[in-house]
Design a binder for this molecule. Structure first.
Ligand code: 2DT
Length: 280
């Protein structure tokens, strides 16, 4: 039986160097003669000159140009992962099934036809990430469902600077629990390896561009970091969810690259066995 490719996710706090390191890894994988399929969440653009409606809503929210309830934001991020599955499926397979539909129609249909469409979208994602893996490609993903959970749950934790407050509107909807946050992404492919780039909010603060977006505040980043640590513990305890490696992203960039590359290199020859599912 041919070996499938590996699914590698890079997660981290803001300004941890995630996107730069993912770019370097992509180049190294290609130089090693392997095919790589790259994905970045949240996705604002999934193809040349085409932006997704949900990607745009997330972008406006992150730039503080709109305000949305935390639960809605969480579901939008998850829908952003599902909509990528739909778009890529129709492009890769040249099917007409979804060509005439706008992505937001798909999203509404997802809510209306919940069970049926979740089943369909689960199959569809098999044709994108999973088919790449089956073709032996390495799938390299810059943020995934773990970010979704970490950022949404962090908003429900008390602020460390003023413990009685969270970013949620008081007295409205219940806080977002780990359990609730996991649900929309259940059954998406689970990574074989997650590299979590860990950097202290103090070091991140000193890096360029920090502070421009909604979540780029030291207090929020501390809470995100603590939820990521909890998720890392859960992934490590569950053999079906792949490996979770914490990389100290506070050190020199090239040292971070070498450490990450060391882990990815072990997966270049592919993997025996089927692709796991998140939280199955
Ligand atoms: P970047 O800085 O990597 O573009 O991320 N986020 C991301 C969530 O809150 N939920 C999610 O599901 C994902 C994928 C993390 C922009 C911000 O979006 C947050 C930071």
């Amino acid at each position: 039986m041919t070996r499938r490719g590996a699914f590698v996710v890079v997660e981290g706090l803001d300004r941890s160097g995630k996107t730069t390191q993912t770019g370097i890894l992509r180049q190294r994988i290609q130089e090693a003669g392997k095919e790589v399929f790259c994905v970045k969440f949240p996705v604002a653009e999934v193809a040349v000159d085409r932006s997704t409606p949900i990607g745009k809503m997330i972008d406006a929210y992150l730039r503080s140009q709109s305000d949305l309830d935390d639960h809605v934001v969480h579901l939008l991020f998850s829908a952003n992962r599902w909509e990528l599955a739909l778009v890529l499926y129709s492009r890769i397979n040249h099917t007409s099934d979804f060509d005439d539909r706008t992505i937001s129609d798909c999203f509404i249909a997802w809510f209306n036809l919940q069970h049926a469409l979740i089943h369909v979208t689960t199959r569809l994602i098999s044709s994108t990430i999973i088919s790449s893996l089956e073709q032996g490609k390495i799938v390299l993903c810059d943020r995934y469902a773990f970010s979704g959970i970490a950022f949404s749950v962090a908003k429900s934790l008390p602020s460390q600077s003023s413990p009685s407050t969270t970013s949620q509107t008081p007295g409205k909807l219940p806080p977002i629990s780990l359990h609730w946050a996991r649900a929309p992404d259940a059954a998406l492919p689970s990574p074989d390896l997650t590299l979590f780039l860990d950097v202290s909010p103090e070091i991140a603060l000193t890096r360029g561009g920090y502070g421009e977006e909604r979540y780029e505040k030291a207090d929020m980043q501390k809470r995100v970091r603590s939820v990521f640590q909890e998720i890392g513990g859960e992934v490590t305890a569950d053999a079906g969810q792949g490996k979770w490696i914490v990389v100290d992203a506070g050190k020199e960039m090239s040292a971070v690259t070498e450490e990450m590359w060391g882990h990815v290199q072990t997966l270049l020859d592919g993997i025996n066995g089927s692709i796991g599912r998140l939280w199955d």
